[in-house]
Design a protein around this ligand. Sequence first.
Ligand SMILES: [Zn+2]
Length: 349
Amino acid sequence: MKPRMLQLLRESRGLSQTALSKLSKVPQPTLSKVENGLGELDEERAQAVADALQYPLEAFEWSDEIFGFGSAAFHHRKQQSLGVTTLQRIHADVNLIRMRCARLMQGIEIEPRYRFPNFEVEEWGTPKDVARAVRATWKLPMGPIGNMVQVLENAGALVVRADMYSQRISAISTSVPGSPPLFILNEGLSADRERFTLAHELGHLVMHDLPTPPEDAEREADAFASEFLMPAAEIGPQLSRIDLAKAANLKRHWKVAMSALIRRARDLGRIDERRYTSLNVQISQKGWRKIEPVQVEHEQPTLIPQIIKMHHDVHDYDVQVLARLTGLYDAEYSERFGDHATSPLRIVR
Ligand SMILES: [Zn+2]
């Protein structure tokens, strides 16, 4: 057992050493020694630990690099502070999802339509300018971004949804040299929220290669996302005299939240502060802070499903093989990666 893998797999289940000790009947001091690289488990105890954590034994032998939240590899859009245990668990999951994706991609070549650029804000002017530059570099048509997930996948990124155990976090993106950027969305977000979150994370990826003070980084990523999804030059005139009915119509077209449209109208000087406040009061009174009336359809990632289909069709792998490859038991593999044996093949060659 690799000490750090044991720790990571344990944390991914949200268990302390004491809790794992109770479940596996392996004394806590023994677990502590193993996690610190000061001891080994015999076969029987190793199996007991693996069973308690519900992972196949092979997963404990992985020697992939593990990245910390403090490292430049991670960007996360945090709503409010999260508890330490939850944060540890998310951190473990993100690392594991990255490792699983890397294994799924072994032996598969993806030719992205375009690449992720690195545009320093200072060089380009403002996050808004960077957003325009990315749209231009990727030759995206004017108007709304039809499918945000597809835009990222066309650049070779992977997008997955995962339970993050708290509604306080929307998404995490990671970018590790040598593997495709990975965008992990928290489950249960509305589609318009997902799109804004992905655009925000894209902003980090493009602009924040170098360490940036967190507050600046968040502000810049939001400004990037606003311009990327709602280009000022195009949307500006449409936002004049916006009211709730108009916001609902614009939401259908631009696929961004009504609240985001109203904020955009204020930021672009199309409505004054008083009207902005009044619209927000109306939104709250109608209970639209939580659920807005117009629903945007969720965008489905297609890259991982295609990779999995390729494993089925070309490599003749079945679910059992893919589950072992990704360090999971069959049931959890199917839950996380679904059955993609029948999904259409498109980008992967
Ligand atoms: Zn952020």
